[in-house]
Design a protein around this ligand. Structure first.
Ligand code: C5P
Length: 243
């Protein structure tokens, strides 16, 4: 199992709310994700503030634009020193190549490498939603996930974002090709807007490298205890695997 597999999604609308939770979390126990809501509310300064507290930051802005724009945005994010960032693989090979080149150019200068991953198909999209979107693939969502995963792999990205339910598609990929899996729910949690969901231990067993967990932790009565409980459950899988 990857070291520190849990990435807590700080989906808050203010720096104060995000920092309040972060100050109770331990960088030894999790990494943090800054997405569109928090970044729009609090700007890149929130990323700096969280990194100062010792957290690895996954900047989840899911860039999707012309190659030059995406490359330039990725360069800024890499210069800021984020641990991981992402783009939509559906932006195409040229867009991903521009992102890769931009991230690598900063890596070369700073001697530190940001990870770059590609979103395949959002975990909120169900097979039924997908069939109505008219994206082709004969309406087959899994075929689209596989296709965009291939595209990301061929563009030398470091991995993909996909649902736990799609992880079987990436079994053949080299081990270090990361599988970042949102849509994680604990027993009894509401699915909310997510469609293709899985429990933390199941997702890891199916091959996830990292689990992105938002509301199941941030909305829990005791977020810290919930995080510790999930880490504990995951450590049991690890023990079983090594016995
Ligand atoms: O609260 P919940 O656990 O559903 O949050 C999931 C997080 O992962 C959200 O911040 C969402 O933006 C993000 N995400 C996702 N699906 C993707 C990529 C990112 O749900 N494909």
């Amino acid at each position: 199992m990857t070291d520190k597999p849990i990435i807590v999604a700080l989906d808050f609308d203010s720096a104060a709310a995000a920092l309040a939770l972060a100050s109770r979390l331990d960088p030894a126990l999790c990494r943090l994700k800054v997405g569109k809501e928090l970044h729009t509310a609090a700007g890149p300064q929130i990323v700096d503030a969280l990194m100062k507290q010792g957290f690895d930051i996954f900047l989840d802005l899911k860039f999707h634009d012309i190659p030059n724009t995406v490359g330039s945005a990725c360069k800024v994010a890499a210069s800021q020193g984020v641990w991981m960032m992402n783009v939509h693989a559906s932006g195409g090979e040229k867009m991903m190549a521009a992102a890769r080149e931009a991230v690598d150019s900063v890596t070369a200068a700073a001697g530190k490498k940001s990870l770059l991953i590609g979103v395949t198909v959002l975990t909120s999209v169900s097979q039924e939603d997908f069939s109505r979107m008219g994206f082709g693939f004969e309406g087959d969502l899994k075929a689209a996930v596989g296709f965009f995963g291939e595209l990301a792999y061929d563009a030398h990205l470091d991995g993909v974002v996909c649902s736990a339910q799609d992880l079987d598609i990436f079994k053949w990929k080299r081990k270090e090709f990361l599988r970042v899996t949102p849509g994680i729910r604990l027993a009894g949690d509401a699915a909310g807007d997510q469609s293709r969901i899985a429990a933390p231990a199941d997702a890891i067993k199916m091959g996830a490298s990292y689990l992105v967990i938002g509301r199941s932790i941030t909305g829990a009565k005791d977020p810290i205890a919930t995080l510790q409980q999930i880490n504990h459950e995951l450590s049991l899988i690890e023990q079983k695997a090594t016995v």
